[in-house]
Design a protein around this ligand. Structure first.
Ligand SMILES: *Cc1c(COP(=O)(O)O)cnc(C)c1O
Length: 400
């Protein structure tokens, strides 16, 4: 996840354009800004890149999820289904709109298991959020088909997979909307930032108004327009410097993906000598963003032995079953329903009755996969010595 690796003159020039106008705000100030609208331009170019009709920039990937959910009308009393292997932000946003997250198993794609999704849909389900984790595709066509048969909208959490595709079609364009994160460790980074794409103009207008206190921007795109105030909003506005950096980074995205694909292919080739190794299933290998190399060992014990050797050789891999930020049984604050709300909302109803109970053992199929999965983050620029050391460590791991 390496956008910061390729920072250069392009980013500096873009930032300088903003500093030259002195206008950091994305709207208004028409007299001072000399036609510079970086956030707006970033939205237009990002939508165009993804083949989406509309894009709404926001402050983060987390707020992109929240704004998307709000625009879809999700609120208290609703359930939203996502997967038990994702970053905490996915379900934090669900809680932020007052809804309750429900978790599915992941399958060998390391993303939402469509069969388990079928089982988890209830009369209260108002949205489904598959996550394209670690840069690779969820089974989005199957998920959308199931969701459509229940008339439930799909929001794709594409935070980790900007530029990913299936059959040439961009991730984030399969559901009603798709959200992206440009935080400090994502492929395309603006330090902090996020985006939501959609083909639905009405939905986009709701997002645009909600993210800026209810202001209407459709009449006057660089400023504020009709001011009809359809509903109460909040503030999730991106600032001009972020838009500027985003434009420079977007221009480098395809180059970054192609470099990561080459690096990942070398690691995969080196790892293939490990007896019994299997690779994470990709829905479309050509459209993998290759930000991570994820592989399965025979069982938990084999996985432990292999990572032991990799660690001894200075090349330890991530086992996400041990990671406290991305895996359901490790989210003890969620499992225990701990929020800052004195009344216990949204887990407890007024009077203290528990509305939801999370069992850490609820996702056994995911646990079986997570326990024998290892992951290497892939970067754009991997020094030859580092690559050689990783390949050598993988070769040694073949002996255990
Ligand atoms: C990074 C990330 C987010 C949140 O993005 P921020 O910009 O850090 O708020 C949401 N979902 C997933 C899967 C992520 O990896």
């Amino acid at each position: 996840m390496p956008g910061f690796e390729v920072f250069g003159e392009e980013e500096k020039r873009q930032i300088q354009d903003v500093l030259d106008t002195g206008v950091l705000f994305r709207y208004e100030f028409a007299d001072q800004r000399n036609g510079v609208y970086k956030v707006r331009e970033f939205e237009e170019k990002f939508a165009q890149y993804c083949g989406a009709g509309y894009a709404q920039a926001v402050t983060s990937g987390t707020s992109a999820l929240k704004v998307g959910l709000a625009a879809l009308g999700v609120g208290p009393g609703d359930e939203v289904i996502t997967q038990g292997f994702t970053f905490v932000a996915t379900w934090e946003a669900i809680l932020e709109v007052g809804a309750i997250p429900v978790f599915t198993e992941v399958d060998v794609t390391m993303n939402m298991d469509p069969e388990d999704l079928r089982r988890k849909i209830s009369p209260k389900t108002r949205c489904i959020i598959p996550v394209h984790m670690l840069g690779a595709q969820a089974r989005i066509a199957d998920i959308v088909r199931i969701a459509d048969s229940h008339a439930i909208p799909v929001l794709e959490d594409t935070a980790q997979a900007a530029g990913g595709r299936i059959g040439g079609r961009h991730l984030g364009t399969f559901g009603r909307c798709g959200t992206f994160s440009f935080d400090a460790v994502k492929t395309l980074t603006t330090g902090e930032g996020g985006m939501i794409i959609t083909a639905d103009e009405t939905l986009w207008r709701a997002m645009s108004e909600y993210h800026d206190h209810g202001h209407d921007h459709a009449v006057n795109p660089g400023g504020r327009g009709g001011e009809g105030r359809s509903f109460i909003g909040s503030n999730y506005r991106m600032m001009e410097i972020q838009g500027a950096i985003g434009l420079a980074q977007l221009a480098k995205l395809d180059m970054m993906l192609s470099e990561m694909r080459k690096n990942k292919a070398r690691l995969q080739e080196a790892a293939s000598v490990i007896p019994g190794i299997g690779f994470r299933e990709l829905v479309d290998a050509a459209g993998d963003t290759a930000t991570h190399f994820s592989f399965f060992l025979q069982d938990r014990e084999h996985c432990r032995r292999v990572n032991g050797v990799l660690r001894e050789n200075g090349c330890g891999a991530i086992n996400f079953a041990e990671n406290t930020w991305h895996y359901y049984p490790k989210w003890e604050h969620l499992l225990n329903g701990r929020t800052l709300a004195a009344g216990g909302w949204p887990f407890a109803e007024p009077g203290g009755r528990k509305r939801v109970v999370y069992d850490p053992a609820a996702l056994p199929a995911s646990a079986e996969l997570m326990d024998r999965n290892l992951v290497y983050p892939v970067s754009v620029r991997m020094p030859e010595e580092r690559m050689a050391a990783m390949c050598e460590a993988l070769k040694k791991a073949a002996a255990v």
